[in-house]
Design a protein around this ligand. Structure first.
Ligand code: ATP
Ligand code: MG
Length: 430
């Protein structure tokens, strides 16, 4: 086994440096060899009580392939998780001590670092404090932009500037969602508190891609900010993916905010797929939920309501409400959407394409309108004619059909499973 060889090597290093001195071998946290942690946890850092981190030396270990992961920190690309061997130096009171540490990819199947360390048994507390400092340094960052905390997402596209009236959905649905949120912050928080429950309400927006869920979240975020609430936005679309770590960071931000919080978690289903599912359920159940006495409202979105299984959707209290965000339901709504995206180019005869827009997501109509306007520009026309609009609808429908055929041919079996993401309705839907 590879780990046996690695431990054997680390033991040899230890015995050479400290002949006859006892120490234990432990599974260590792989974050101590993360380059971000190594930069941030600086020599001289106080760890706990009288323990300090003094510095490190790199060791060449013939067993370890030195390979690094990388990712964005702000606008820069930096090395992150790395395999490697080190001596970490510490002092506790007046006495120095050291730890031999090695992290490597131990399994051929999983791209996951594991680490071992040789630590004097009486120094385990200090070592644990060092591991914690490293782990904290590499957690997904929270960036605050205006009144929005963004967790995850390298080019965080979430911009809470969408006008409520620009979101075109059935009025009754918009009103219901808004009223639910307002009722919670206005009266609900006190009622939860009287019942000695943490004031935490959970709503899910479910719908196929491109129906306006992200847009709705952005519009609700804008309203929340106007009401003096803080918005925490969690995205799983960066390299760190949908990790529970992010939810945890979000909950910390929620608890630390001294204001009511709107917590937005996009593609919520992704957090329910991995090993962290039980922990996500704990959050929904209130066991690990944020403790913010001013109230927190979770607004989660999903394309895959089927991934939110019965354990969640049928058990009262886990998700308080599920709102289905529909595709365009009827011609009346299709006209509203088309006029909205055609703006000053709208002509009454454009209504002829409306039957083709029913049952499509809003993103489809936006694309149709954009494309038609581009056809006009290309043909050096100032007017977008019905013919251009019809060509635009047909070419988009054709594109969607061929995308679908392509994917069905490539994945004849797995398309029915959850493994393949459905194609987005447009290339720009978010
Ligand atoms: N209901 C709508 N009203 C107005 N515009 C819409 C609507 N739905 C979609 N659009 C347009 O389509 C774009 C994509 O929509 P959005 O990103 O909000 O979809 P989504 O439901 O979040 O999709 P996904 O599930 O893929 O994340 C929006 O930026 C907007 O331009
Ligand atoms: Mg979205």
């Amino acid at each position: 086994m590879f780990y046996e060889k690695l431990v054997g090597w680390a033991r040899e290093v230890w015995d050479k440096r400290h002949p006859g001195v006892e120490a234990v071998t432990i599974w260590a946290s792989s974050e101590c060899s993360n380059r971000v942690a190594q930069k941030q946890v600086k020599a001289g850092r106080r760890l706990r009580a009288k323990a300090r981190y003094v510095g490190m030396e790199h060791l060449d270990c013939p067993l370890i392939v030195p390979i690094s992961d990388y990712g964005a920190r702000g606008r820069k690309m930096v090395l992150t998780a790395s395999a490697g061997a080190y001596i970490f130096h510490f002092t506790e009171g007046d006495s120095p001590f050291e730890v031999v540490y090695a992290s490597a990819y131990m399994s051929d199947d999983a791209q996951e670092l594991s680490a071992v360390a040789i630590v004097p048994e009486n120094r385990l507390q200090a070592w644990a404090a060092f591991e914690l400092a490293c782990a904290r340094a590499v957690r997904p960052r929270i960036r605050r932009r205006r009144d929005v905390y963004i967790i995850g997402g390298t080019d965080a596209f979430f911009d809470p500037t969408v006008e409520w009236t620009d979101v075109i959905l059935p009025d009754a649905l918009k009103t219901k969602i808004l009223e639910d949120i307002e009722a919670f912050f206005d009266e609900g928080v006190d009622i939860y508190r009287q019942l000695k429950l943490p004031p935490f309400r959970k709503l899910l927006l479910a719908g196929v891609p491109g129906t306006g869920k992200t847009m709705l979240c952005a519009a609700l975020a804008r309203l929340a900010i106007r009401h003096g609430r803080v918005v925490v936005y969690v995205s799983g679309s960066d390299r760190d993916g949908a990790s529970f770590e992010k939810i945890q960071r979000a909950l910390q931000a929620v608890a630390a905010a001294r204001f009511p919080v709107l917590l937005i978690v996009e593609e919520f289903d992704a957090y329910l797929r991995g090993d962290d599912k039980a922990r996500v359920l704990n959050v929904l159940d209130g066991i690990e939920s944020p403790n913010n006495p001013k109230g927190a409202l979770l607004l989660a979105t999903t394309n895959y309501p089927e991934a939110i299984d019965e354990r969640i959707s049928k058990r009262p209290g886990r998700l308080d409400r599920i709102f289905v965000i529909p595709t365009i339901e009827d011609e009346e709504q299709a006209i509203l959407m088309l006029r909205h995206y055609m703006r000053e180019h709208w002509q009454d005869n454009h209504a002829a394409v409306v039957p083709d827009l029913v049952n499509q997501p809003g993103a489809f109509v936006r694309e149709v309108a954009l494309h038609a306007r581009m056809i006009a520009a290309h043909e050096r026309q100032t007017e977008v004619t019905l013919d251009m609009l019809e060509r635009s609808v047909q070419s988009l429908l054709k594109q969607l059909r061929s995308e679908r055929d392509f994917l069905t041919q490539r994945h004849p079996i797995s398309l029915v499973g959850a493994a393949v993401r459905r194609p987005k309705a447009t290339s720009e839907s978010d």
